[in-house]
Design a protein around this ligand. Structure first.
Ligand code: NAP
Length: 305
């Protein structure tokens, strides 16, 4: 599979990343067995980059991945492993605790220790701050990053769901260059095309990664605001393009994201082995600028001015 450099680093990531958020399903033994088959399918299809977070499956996704690594000696060195920290779910640690973000140094260090232990590895290739903590001070994060770098626990750093000003603020305190901004991009959510996020990625040599790339195509996107009429209009255009390119609608969606000039790396979250492999078709089709704009117009319900 095509590879791209992650930010300004030497890390060569496959253009499609495999997202591990769903690999434990409902946490049953059957779901976990299905999750391991999905991981194997991703490897067989050539993915070399696997995306985690400390909160996925309450830590169970990282634990399952750790088991998978143990069952496949030598595999770890062939992979880029990313994880994230900074989100704390409601009810933790006390039942009355609210959901929140936490970029305090102690929290970051503790979270990364947990991630390394669950994955059964010594070093994480890439750590992302999951969602901007409105109470963060960049110097405190810089301190945490420096400590983890010097301890050999994390090689590289990035962010997720950061607006351009938040990324610039954090970068101003860091000794390391941020490599990645992982953001939601799909037919429903095109905020990053409009708010400067993807422009900043090109300008600063940062790799954007797209989470939930299929939201609005195969399932309703987060905070869906589309009316049934809009959904029908978009589907009609997807169906038209699907016919022309000879692929399913969701492949068109991935091709639309891949066409963005900032070299977005979509994160594939399917646990179906066929879909994990078929996603690569999006890298093969010659998707035109005209069709890119047709889909944008279908989404917006009006021609570009
Ligand atoms: N940074 C963040 O804030 C953030 C937030 C969310 C996610 N993420 C990352 O992004 C990754 C991808 O997110 P995602 O899992 O939501 O991505 P996705 O690839 O948009 O969605 C995957 C889901 O769509 C279903 N699906 C895929 N193709 C389908 C089809 N043709 N027909 C019907 N259903 C289909 C899959 O079901 P099957 O398994 O049955 O195929 C699965 O439930 C996650 O794993 C995680 O690593 C990051």
């Amino acid at each position: 599979m095509e590879k791209i450099a992650l930010g300004n680093s030497v890390l060569q990531s496959t253009r499609l990343i495999y997202g591990c958020m769903r690999i434990v399903g409902d946490q049953s033994a059957d779901s976990k067995a299905k999750g391991k088959k999905a991981l194997q399918a991703a490897l067989d299809a050539g993915y070399n980059h696997f995306d985690h977070a400390d909160i996925y499956g309450g830590g169970e996704c990282e634990t399952l991945f750790g088991e998978f690594l143990k069952e496949n000696p030598g595999l770890r060195d062939e992979l880029i492993i990313t994880s994230k920290c900074g989100v704390v779910f409601k009810g933790n640690p006390a039942p009355s605790s609210p959901g929140r973000y936490d970029f305090r140094k102690d929290h970051i260090l503790k979270s990364v220790d947990g991630t390394l232990s669950r994955l059964g590895i010594d070093t994480l290739d890439l750590l992302l701050l999951h969602r901007p903590d409105y109470l963060f001070h960049p110097d405190e994060v810089a301190d945490a990053f420096a400590e983890m770098t010097h301890a050999g626990k994390v090689r590289h750093f990035g962010v997720s769901n950061f607006r351009p000003s938040q990324l610039t603020l954090l970068q101003s305190s860091l000794e390391q260059l941020l490599l990645v901004n992982q953001v939601e991009i799909n037919i429903h959510n095109i905020d990053t095309l409009l708010d400067g996020t993807l422009d900043q990625c090109i300008e600063s040599g940062i790799t954007p990664q797209a989470w939930c790339p299929l939201g609005g195509v195969v399932y309703p996107a987060w905070g869906n605001t589309f009316t049934p009429e809009t959904e029908e209009r978009i589907k009609k255009e997807f169906d038209r393009q699907s016919e022309i390119y000879g692929v399913e609608n969701w492949i068109i969606m991935l091709a639309w994201i891949l066409k963005l000039p900032s070299q977005v790396a979509p994160i594939i979250g399917s646990t179906d082995p066929d879909r994990i492999a078929t996603a690569k078709k999006a890298l093969e089709i010659d998707y035109t600028r005209e069709d890119w704009y047709r889909l944008l117009e279908a989404r917006n319900g009006q021609p570009v001015p």
